[in-house]
Design a protein around this ligand. Structure first.
Ligand SMILES: Cc1ncc(COP(=O)(O)O)c(C=O)c1O
Length: 495
């Protein structure tokens, strides 16, 4: 290595190194971009620099030519070579210019991350990351039949909206969401789920995930206790953990979230996360007495309950129970709904229904996170709902999914006898297949993957050991043929 009188220029004459002219070029670029070389500063003459560096003059000439061509420096006849007085475009591409010299670590250095950042970088959050989709969707969980979605209607609405969009859809919108969508949803939730609300309480969010995040921001302080179901939806469990809450996993039995077990584990909690209409992933419906007891406890202790109503539209038998929010007389329930199961997940739209006295705080939190969801998408969805297409689509999907569930149950009861116990369910988009006692569901899931079948192990969602292992089998995104084929492959994997 040699260094010139002007600092910053060093060359490495090892034959394996970057060519010498390129090293000089990059060193000068770096010094200009970092401000060490001011605009208009004179550079040494090529002969002088070559001498100082112990390289041929041609090497320096080549470097200067490149710098001249890219506008970093300029020659003034008779006066010499100077750092350019105007910025070249390449300055805007600092990353590219120095790519050969970058030595950034792949993993964040320990000191760079906050406590929350370290936690986020840990593996558990990756459960929400989706692997690249293969062509085979058996038995991907939580995915609707997107090939059955009425895209013709959706695109007609979209082109009508896009042809001549009013200014109100092109500027910044209300962080609470597009009012006609909020009003349409308030009406829909009232009639379909007995949710008690008006449009002012409905906040449009980027899917349930954002609703969970906003709830944690607005209602939880670090170390507050939050109760979650065990097993639990990782999107909720992880969000509460990342907010610094003390998350306590509470048993779920045939009646759903067990308040008595919760109270044994911790005297109180600030927030509770439940999926009352269809517990994720076990599929249990929370009984009315448990619902009333939970609301009574929340009222007494001043706590809040998140009701994640992620797929309540899909009930095939039995009378749907009204939402927990509809039973709440004390403004204790934060209702969360999503369009990921009824439209398609990439839309990233959902809704939050919050108690009246909390709306301002939730709307302010939303505004700070990302202002609001895309207005044009909200307007298209509003028309889709308000013109009756949404209700029609749900009716169609409900009967399609009921058929698909039946195909899965029949195929499983025929081909998976003794390997996996699969029983019909009254609601939902997946079934839990129970493995023989003492069989590891993780190992079974890995074997299934080797046969091209996705079947998430139940234990991946649980904190405390489960009495029996199981596999989560989503059936809504696959047609009858794919279901039967998936069951055959699962049987090969498990036998
Ligand atoms: C329990 C539960 N809630 C919510 C969601 C949907 O999340 P999002 O609206 O963020 O897509 C899912 C998706 O699988 C889920 O299983």
């Amino acid at each position: 290595m040699k260094m010139t009188d002007i600092p910053f220029i060093m060359v490495d004459d090892n034959p394996c190194a970057v060519p010498l002219y390129r090293q000089i070029y990059e060193a000068v670029c770096r010094s200009i971009l970092s401000g060490e070389f001011n605009r208009g500063m004179q550079l040494p003459a090529t002969r002088q620099l070559a001498k100082e560096l112990g390289v041929s003059r041609m090497t320096v000439v080549n470097a200067y030519d490149q710098l001249l061509a890219e506008g970093y420096i300029e020659g003034r006849t008779g006066a010499g070579t100077f750092v350019a007085s105007t910025l070249p475009d390449a300055m805007l591409r600092v990353e590219e210019v120095h790519s050969s010299h970058r030595q950034e670590p792949d993993q964040p250095r320990n000191h760079t991350l906050s406590r929350r950042g370290k936690w986020l970088a840990s593996t558990s959050v990756k459960t929400l990351r989706v692997q690249a989709d293969s062509d085979n969707y058996a038995f991907q969980n939580g995915m609707p039949a997107v090939d059955e979605f009425p895209f013709r209607v959706w695109s007609q609405i979209a082109s009508r909206r896009l042809r001549n969009p009013p200014r109100e859809l092109l500027g910044y919108g209300d962080p609470a969401g597009y009012l006609p969508l909020r009003a349409g949803l308030a009406a829909h939730l009232k009639s379909a789920r007995a949710v008690r609300c008006d449009a002012s309480q409905v906040i449009i969010v980027a899917g349930s995930q954002q609703a969970l995040d906003l709830t944690a921001r607005v209602l939880l302080d670090p170390d507050d206790v939050a109760w979650v179901e065990d097993p639990c939806y990782p999107g909720a469990h992880n969000t509460l953990l990342s907010a610094g809450a003390q998350v306590i996993s509470v048993s779920v039995d045939k009646e759903g979230f067990d308040l008595a077990d919760a109270l044994k584990r911790s005297r109180n909690a600030r927030l509770v996360y439940v999926t009352p209409s269809h517990q994720f992933p076990l599929g249990v419906t929370m009984s009315l007495s448990r619902r009333l007891a939970l609301l009574e406890w929340a009222k007494r202790s001043g706590a809040f309950v998140i009701e994640d109503d992620y797929n309540s539209e899909y009930r095939y038998a039995g009378r749907p129970l009204a939402s927990l929010q509809g039973l709440d007389k004390d403004g204790r329930v934060i209702y969360v709904g999503t369009f990921s199961k009824t439209i398609f997940p990439s839309l990233r739209l959902g809704c939050h229904v919050v108690p009246k006295d909390l709306t301002d705080a939730f709307i302010a939190a939303r505004a700070l996170v990302d202002r609001h969801s895309p207005l044009l998408d909200q307007a298209i969805l509003a028309d889709f709902i308000n013109e009756g297409h949404f209700a029609r689509h749900i009716r169609r999907m409900r009967s399609l999914y009921a058929e698909r569930q039946q195909v899965l149950v029949e195929a499983a009861q025929r081909d998976l006898k003794g390997l996996l116990e699969v029983a019909p369910a009254e609601a939902g988009m997946h079934l839990v297949g129970w493995l023989p006692k003492k069989t590891s569901d993780k190992a079974a899931s890995e074997k299934a993957a080797r046969y091209g079948v996705e079947a998430a192990p139940l234990s991946a969602y649980s904190t405390n050991p489960l009495p029996r292992g199981g596999l989560v089998l989503g059936y809504t995104a696959v047609n009858a043929k794919q279901i039967r084929d998936g069951v055959r492959r699962l049987a090969q994997a498990l036998s």
